[in-house]
Design a protein around this ligand. Structure first.
Ligand SMILES: CSC[C@@H](O)[C@@H](O)C(=O)COP(=O)(O)O
Ligand SMILES: [Zn+2]
Length: 204
């Protein structure tokens, strides 16, 4: 494997995600972009909290194929979609946090709107708690190609920034590099926990 500092940063991020309990069992998957045509994606079925560089497979962004013949993530098609839609995206993190899993079921509409939180400013380009940040919530699907098509369609009609929720499943988020993807993950996770607690307290 060629030297890839972002892959080293991604391995660190996976350990951090594992320590947080955000990728229980074999849940979650993570990737970094290599260039316009290739990315490095976690191998399917592994414990994502204890990955090494050897557990990442080179994947063609256009075809989802891994030249190694090993099996990349079951959700490869969502990572490659993000790299195709957003040329500036350099890293993608998918986690199964309790807050993302529960809140995505509590929120019945197609978007979760976060508003009133200072921590919205952890998201690139956000400068005020007074703005609304819409995070789409897509119904989960075992057919990843069909799910990717729904997400792609959404992106033609609405701005898609930072990440999306998969209902009852988890969060997929991204950034220009691993550091930014980590910040978006930590920020969104904090905001989801606040929103969930607020909804519980405000329940009539
Ligand atoms: C308990 S793992 C559930 C999987 O189907 C999936 O959602 C996931 O996040 C991990 O799949 P993987 O193929 O290991 O990348
Ligand atoms: Zn998943």
């Amino acid at each position: 494997m060629t030297e890839n500092l972002q892959l080293d940063a991604l391995v660190d991020a996976c350990r951090w995600i594992g320590a947080k309990g955000w990728a229980p069992a074999t849940g979650g998957n993570m990737s970094v972009r290599e260039d316009a045509h290739r990315c490095w994606l976690s191998e399917s079925g592994k414990d994502k909290g204890s990955l090494t560089g050897d557990d990442f497979l080179q994947v063609d962004i256009g075809t989802n194929q891994a030249p190694s013949g090993r099996k990349p993530s079951a959700e490869t098609g969502l990572h490659t979609l993000i790299y195709r839609l957003f040329p500036e995206a350099g890293a993608v993190l998918h986690v199964h946090t309790v807050n993302a899993t529960v809140l995505s079921r509590v929120e019945k509409s197609a978007e979760l709107v976060l508003c009133g939180y200072e921590m919205q400013k952890s998201l690139r380009g956000q400068s005020s708690h007074l703005d609304g940040v819409a995070i789409p919530v897509f119904d989960n699907d075992q057919d990843i190609d069909a799910l990717a098509r729904r997400i792609e369609h959404y992106a033609t009609e609405r701005p898609l920034s930072y990440g999306f929720l998969l209902r009852g499943h988890g969060l997929t988020c991204w950034g220009r590099d691993v550091a930014e993807a980590r910040r978006h993950l930590e920020g969104l996770e904090f905001l989801f926990e606040c929103e969930l607690r607020l909804r519980q307290l405000e329940k009539p």
